[in-house]
Design a binder for this molecule. Structure first.
Ligand code: PLP
Length: 396
């Protein structure tokens, strides 16, 4: 029989792309204008200023018509020369992807290995930096929020490790699934390059990404010799928009202006507080399920559990994809799948962007029903635990 199409609104609990607020969608529905017209340029300049406020930076921001991978590539080709060494802090699927890109571009990658469920040890980061007396390591790459595992990495502690060891390497941070969901401070933490994208905390369609770049990184850029063209910062500086080699994705900027307005109307700190309380509720639910050998938090290090995505590890012998399929096909709830080597073993509940309490409860309820329908052992009362957590948060 043809698949039944569930009615009602799709509950989108993917860790990116994320829900797009109606007012942002409407704002994006804008006809073409000349991107060099003064009216558009004024809106564009407002957007870039707003992005800097979210990044907490006064540095240059370069934007690209590309998804996050494009901004990753921009961060590498603009800063380094063939054979340069990077220190990649292992976090999961995305640190592996960034490392592979670096190798493909002709860079040497040294990895600080980590348990994906506990997160990298800062002592190991310090040891790797201290051992590099010749300062062969030119850049340290940190994924602020590893979207595959649901662990965050305290970038400020990576900065401290560089300072304590007196290591001059550039600090690169991937903020793709942390920005506008939990705190990131480019200038205070002296991050040299921050990589971000449109489709997660900024609540926009996929379509542009960006890098904020410190003066130290700009100096490195002037010496760097990897080939580059589409992402070349020097070329961009010569353009009126100081970004985009080619046509500016105009519609997304009408959307960005509105999403920045929403974020600043709520207040960045309130946005972070909302993400924190929704994340606590999701974790309370999963922790309850984990009784009776049920699904459990992939993250085993409470200090590192992410406020934007929770990765749920299935009990052995149970397929995460079956649970996801049931949630989607029966209840119209879309969760994220396991990436790379985690495929089938985990599913991911995204709780970032335009989300509130009933949306989270609806998602958790659908997942709990999907666990029952698939015969996955779990302790009852997960949704009840989330309700308790959210009620406690609401009482303040
Ligand atoms: N880095 C992180 C942490 C991500 O979550 C993602 C995408 O989910 C990427 C990089 C790659 O970004 P994109 O898929 O936009 O190319």
């Amino acid at each position: 029989p043809p698949a039944r199409k569930p009615r009602g609104r799709l509950f989108f609990a993917n860790p990116g792309p994320t829900n797009i607020p109606d007012s942002v969608l409407l704002a994006c529905a804008h006809n073409s204008v000349d991107f060099n017209d003064d009216d558009f340029f004024a809106l564009y300049a407002d957007c870039v200023a707003g992005l800097k406020r979210v990044l907490k930076t006064r540095q240059e921001v370069f934007l690209y018509t590309a998804s996050g991978h494009g901004a990753w590539e921009a961060s590498l080709v603009n800063l380094f020369s063939p054979g340069d060494r990077l220190l990649m802090l292992e976090t999961g699927y995305f640190s592996e992807g960034w490392a592979q890109m670096a190798r493909d571009l002709g860079l040497a990658v040294q990895t600080v290995a980590a348990d994906w469920r506990r997160g990298v040890e800062m002592a190991a980061v310090r040891a790797a930096l201290a051992a590099d007396r010749a300062h062969a390591i030119k850049g340290v790459c940190a994924v602020h929020n590893e979207t595959s595992t649901g662990l965050m990495l305290p970038v400020e502690e990576v900065r401290a490790a560089l300072d304590e060891t007196g290591h001059p390497a550039l600090l690169l941070a991937d903020t793709i699934s942390s920005l506008a969901s939990f705190d990131f401070r480019m200038d205070e933490w002296r991050v040299d390059v921050a990589v971000g994208g449109s489709q997660k905390g900024l609540m926009l369609p996929t379509g542009f990404s960006f890098t904020a770049v410190s003066e130290k990184a700009m100096a490195a850029h002037r010496e760097a010799r990897l080939p580059r063209h589409y992402f070349n910062w020097t070329n961009m500086l010569g353009r009126r928009h100081r970004s985009f080699v080619g046509t500016v994705p105009i519609a997304l900027f009408y959307g960005l202006k509105e999403s920045l307005r929403l974020i600043e109307e709520e207040g960045l700190d309130q946005v972070f507080a909302r993400h924190a309380r929704l994340a606590r509720a999701v974790r309370a639910c999963v922790q309850r399920w984990s009784g009776n050998d049920g699904p459990r938090l992939f993250c085993t290090n409470p200090a590192r559990c992410s406020d934007s995505v929770t990765t749920v590890l299935m009990p052995p012998g149970h397929d995460a994809e079956a649970v996801r399929r049931t949630a989607l096909q029966r209840f119209n709830v879309s969760t994220g799948g396991g990436l790379g080597r985690l495929g089938g073993q985990v599913f991911r509940i995204g709780h970032l962007g335009d989300l509130n309490e009933p949306m989270v409860i609806g998602t958790l309820g659908a997942v709990e029903m999907a666990l029952r329908l698939n015969g996955v052992p779990h302790a009852p009362g997960g949704v009840e635990a989330a309700l308790g957590s959210l009620t406690d948060s609401a009482r303040g």
